[in-house]
Design a protein around this ligand. Structure first.
Ligand code: HEM
Ligand code: HEM
Length: 176
C-alpha cells in the first residue's frame, strides 16, 4: 500500500457500499415518512426494515476501519476534519439508533429529528471524505477555468467578425 490510509479494494467497496446503502435507505424513508413524498412507496415498513439491516452492515464496515484506517489516516495528516467528524457522527447515529429501539417513548420525536439531521450531515461528509480526492480539486478547477477562457475568446472572435460583416463597406456586392 503506497498511500497512508488507502484501503484494500474489498474493504473500500464494503465500506463505501455499506455506508451509501444505509444513508440512501435512511434518506428514502425520511422523504416518504417525514416529508410525505411518495409516502406509499418510500415511507413504508419495508424501507425502514431495509434501513435497519443496512445500518447493521454499516456498523460492521465501521468496525473494519477502526483497527488500521484510523491510525494510518491520522498519521498521514490528511482529511482529519472530515475523518474525525464522520466518526463522531457515526457514534451519535449509533446512540440515537439504539434510543429509537429502546429509548423512552416521551422523547421519541426529538430522537427521530436528531437522528435524521445527523444522518444527512454524515451522508454529505462521507461523500466528501471517501469519494472526492481533494488533491485533484486544484487540477479540476484549473482545467475548468482554462476551458471557460477559451470559450470566451471564441465568442469575442465571433462577435468581432459579425460586427465586421454587418458593416455595408465590408459586404460582397456580388453576394445576394
Ligand atoms: C480519524 C479519522 C480518519 C482519518 C484521519 C481518515 C483519513 C483518510 C485519508 C487520508 C484518506 C485518503 C486515502 C487515499 O486516498 O490514499 C481516507 C480515505 C477514505 N476514508 Fe478515511 N479517515 C478517517 C476516518 C474514516 C472513517 C470513520 C471512515 C468510514 C466511515 C472512512 C472511510 C474512508 C474511505 C471509504 C476512504 C476512501 C478509501 C480509498 O480511497 O482507499 N474514513 N481517509
Ligand atoms: C450507521 C449509521 C446509522 C445507524 C446505526 C442507524 C440506525 C437506525 C435505527 C436502529 C433505526 C430504527 C429502525 C426501526 O425503527 O426499525 C433508524 C431509523 C431511521 N434512520 Fe437511521 N441509522 C443510521 C444512519 C442514518 C442515516 C445516514 C439517515 C439519513 C437520513 C438515517 C435516517 C433514519 C430515519 C429517517 C429513520 C426513521 C426514524 C423513524 O421515523 O422511526 N439513518 N436508524
Amino acid at each position: 500500500m503506497s498511500r497512508l490510509g488507502k484501503m484494500p479494494s474489498w474493504q473500500r467497496s464494503f465500506v463505501i457500499g455499506g455506508m451509501l446503502a444505509c444513508s440512501i435507505s435512511g434518506t428514502l424513508y425520511l422523504l416518504g415518512h417525514e416529508f410525505q413524498i411518495q409516502r406509499a412507496a418510500l415511507g413504508n415498513h419495508n424501507i425502514l426494515a431495509l434501513h435497519g439491516v443496512f445500518a447493521m452492515i454499516a456498523t460492521l464496515a465501521l468496525g473494519s476501519v477502526l483497527p488500521f484506517h484510523l491510525k494510518a489516516g491520522l498519521k498521514s495528516k490528511q482529511k482529519w476534519l472530515s475523518g474525525l467528524s464522520q466518526l463522531g457522527f457515526l457514534v451519535a447515529l449509533l446512540l440515537t439508533g439504539a434510543l429509537l429501539y429502546y429509548g423512552p417513548a416521551e422523547m421519541r420525536d426529538e430522537v427521530i429529528s436528531t437522528h435524521w439531521i445527523l444522518g444527512l450531515l454524515f451522508f454529505a461528509i462521507f461523500l466528501l471524505h471517501s469519494l472526492m480526492r481533494i488533491s485533484l480539486l486544484p487540477t479540476f478547477i484549473a482545467k475548468l477555468l482554462r476551458s471557460t477562457s477559451v470559450r470566451e475568446q471564441q465568442a469575442l472572435h465571433h462577435q468581432r467578425r459579425a460586427q465586421y460583416l454587418d458593416s455595408p463597406a465590408n459586404q460582397d456586392p456580388t453576394y445576394r
